[in-house]
Write a protein that binds this ligand. Structure first.
Ligand SMILES: *[C@@H]1O[C@H](CO)[C@@H](O)[C@H](O)[C@H]1NC(C)=O
Ligand SMILES: *[C@@H]1O[C@H](CO)[C@@H](O)[C@H](O)[C@H]1NC(C)=O
Length: 288
């Protein structure tokens, strides 16, 4: 996103009375990384711990929003949080993975491949701690449907809506509002309680699918393009019936929440699979 566009997003978000749209909010990223944590192998747990900054207190989940705090310091990282698409419900790497200046690979899928490759290559010049924190964040982002939303409305950022009675925008509804509502209604505002509920689903309702979430035939890259493809399709559903100034309430919430929970689950499982492969010691990304 160019500076002007970024400014635009900030202004629109400010106008909507919402914080500048970023990514899954802090909670979404925390939960994705907490779930990943539970699926890490011993090697990966040790490899991750060795790279975490001391501020993390040994917890990957503590640094999973770090990338959002760097968007102004590292301006180049701004376009790496998303991969907006035209309105065809599809993601195509060749067509969609670039920034507004046309720089190739500058989108969330390119970034996931970039930081996976960097962590896999001990001679990479990139800072390994930062690579880990970027990777953990972007695997979360690519699962947020509106991070593969439509180009024309900046992934739903310019669609101003009311979330119940509060001003928001469609992007923010998916980043933050649905999760906060669920935490308040169902989990006594405790994100760890929500993590536990999602974990229980992974081992019960979703146990059959879970292996497929991880499956990836690519020998050289991650399968992040597949995750973006899923998000682009889910985004199309998320736009249905939503117009400028729509009020979104119970009905929208009850359809969105299961999608949000599943995307957090998938993000966590897949992040763990990528990290397990990186830290397995055999170097090659064979079957993430
Ligand atoms: C790859 O990572 C480096 C180091 O952080 C960064 O400068 C570059 O912009 C990244 N490119 C992509 C496509 O993520
Ligand atoms: C658990 O899975 C069911 C069925 O897919 C879904 O309706 C529900 O919202 C999920 N709950 C959580 C906490 O993931």
């Amino acid at each position: 996103m160019g500076l002007l566009l970024l400014l635009h997003v900030v202004l629109v978000a400010a106008a909507a009375g919402a914080p500048a749209a970023q990514a899954w909010g802090k909670e979404g990223h925390y939960m994705t990384c907490k779930i990943a944590d539970g699926f890490l192998t011993k090697e990966a747990t040790a490899g991750v711990k060795a790279l975490l900054p001391s501020s993390a207190n040994g917890e990957l989940a503590e640094v999973c929003s770090w990338a959002d705090s760097q968007r102004f310091r590292y301006r180049w990282s701004s376009p790496l949080h998303f991969a907006d698409t035209p309105e065809d419900c599809k993601f195509s790497y060749a067509r969609d993975c670039h920034d507004t200046k046309g720089n190739k690979d500058a989108c969330v899928v390119g970034a996931i491949n970039n930081y996976t490759a960097a962590l896999q290559d001990s001679s990479s010049p990139y800072d390994r701690t930062e690579s880990l924190m970027f990777l953990a964040h972007f695997v979360g982002d690519v699962h947020q449907p509106l991070h593969c939303g439509h180009v024309d409305d900046l992934g739903g950022n310019t669609i101003l809506v009311r979330w119940y009675r509060r001003k928001s925008n469609l992007h923010h509804v998916w980043d933050v509002d649905v999760i906060e509502q669920a935490m308040k209604d169902l989990y006594g505002k405790d994100q760890d309680a929500m993590v536990k509920a999602i974990q229980r689903n992974i081992t019960e309702d979703w146990s059959r699918e879970e292996k497929q979430w991880e499956a990836c035939r690519s020998k050289t890259k991650t399968c992040a393009d597949k995750y973006a493809q899923e998000s682009a399709a889910l985004a199309c559903d998320a736009y249905k019936g939503v117009k400028q100034d729509s009020t979104l309430g119970d009905e929208y919430y009850s359809e969105a929440l299961p999608v949000v929970e599943k995307r957090i689950a998938q993000g966590g499982v897949r992040l763990a699979a990528i990290l397990n492969r990186i830290f397995s010691g055999n170097g090659k990304l064979q079957s993430i």
